[in-house]
Design a protein around this ligand. Structure first.
Ligand code: SF4
Length: 123
């Protein structure tokens, strides 16, 4: 049985998982402090997903860079594309936390949302 080491990122405990695949295809997971680690390991091997948080440039001198995130996990391999795309954006509107900056980023089914209140800087 081949073993793979993974770090569970579901909670701050960061359990070091040892994952083995049995001959019948089922997984054997060790090192997890709770059942979520088993699901994380299964998802990670079958279809790893991640979220994205970053910043986007704005046109506002008093708020030149704004934090943003996507509101849904997307396939892990798409995260670099999302990051590159966000780097091309220039925000021209002041957003409140949770406002959608752009729907369905790159057709991935996740929206880009603001995570800071840009309106606070208005005078
Ligand atoms: S296995 Fe459970 S306790 Fe450990 S990091 Fe994952 S979610 Fe947290």
């Amino acid at each position: 049985m081949n073993e793979i080491k993974l770090t569970c990122i579901v909670c701050p405990n960061g359990c070091e998982l040892i994952v083995g695949k049995k001959e019948d295809g089922s997984l054997e997971v060790a090192g997890n402090l709770c059942p979520k680690g088993v699901k994380f390991a299964a998802d990670e091997l079958e279809r790893p997903v991640r979220t994205f948080t970053g910043t986007a440039v704005t046109v506002f001198e008093d708020f030149p860079v704004a934090p943003v995130k996507i509101n849904r996990e997307v396939p892990r391999e798409q995260i670099p594309s999302v990051a590159r795309y966000v780097n091309t954006l220039t925000l021209t509107k002041r957003y409140a936390p949770g406002d959608i900056v752009e729907e369905n980023v790159l057709g991935l089914g996740a929206d880009l949302v603001a995570t800071a209140d840009m309106r606070l800087e208005e005078s």
